[in-house]
Design a protein around this ligand. Structure first.
Ligand SMILES: [Zn+2]
Length: 191
């Protein structure tokens, strides 16, 4: 199929975007989602090399977006944005790694919140030239779909330092507990 005619984003009918208490918007399961299900496959609306990131190019790229996508980009969450650096900060705050050194903006992926115990995983598929999100655990109806914005195997202190960039403190089960194993990557390994 002509890539231009391909859908920008394919989203599983099993999930929906709605308000997530204290986190703006989030993505939730409308029904039981089995582990392995592909939830999102999308084409980035913007992509740029992290080696050649510059404000002028970014400004032009945003101006050239179709109106709805430009509005969606402008609406992305960015608690630290200063008016004079809003585009750059919004990009940095919401980007995903694509094919190294490319970083891009994937609108559907941006609506998935963080957990250190995520039930989904994001990846870049170079062959299909698409950003994907798959369930890595069974997700129950009504549960929020989450991915990890940082190295989920890091300790609690390291993770909270990482997450300072996003100006939020994680309230997931691994961050609420004082249990030593839960605070490290060991929680993912079986004895
Ligand atoms: Zn956490």
């Amino acid at each position: 199929m002509d890539p231009d005619l391909e859908l920008l984003a394919e989203i599983s009918g099993a999930v929906e975007v709605r308000p997530s208490p204290g986190k703006g918007k989030g993505t939730f399961a409308k029904e039981f989602v089995p582990k392995g299900t592909r939830l999102i496959s999308e084409r980035p609306i913007l992509r740029m090399s992290s080696n050649y990131f510059n404000d002028e190019t970014l400004k032009k790229m945003v101006q050239n977006l179709p109106t709805t996508e430009r509005r969606d980009f402008e609406d992305l969450h960015c608690p630290i944005c200063q008016p004079e650096q809003a585009l750059r900060q919004k990009y940095i705050m919401n980007h995903f790694s694509l094919s190294v050194p490319q970083i891009g903006i994937c609108l559907q992926g941006s609506r998935i919140n963080h957990s250190c115990l995520p039930n989904a995983y994001s990846s870049w598929n170079d062959k299909k030239d698409r950003f994907m999100i798959h369930a890595i655990a069974d997700i129950q109806e009504g549960d929020e779909v989450t991915i990890s914005y940082c190295d989920a195997l890091a300790t609690k202190d390291m993770r909270s330092k990482w997450l300072e960039v996003y100006q939020f403190s994680c309230e997931c089960a691994a961050c609420r507990t004082t249990d030593q194993i839960s605070n490290s990557g060991k929680r993912f390994t079986k004895e």
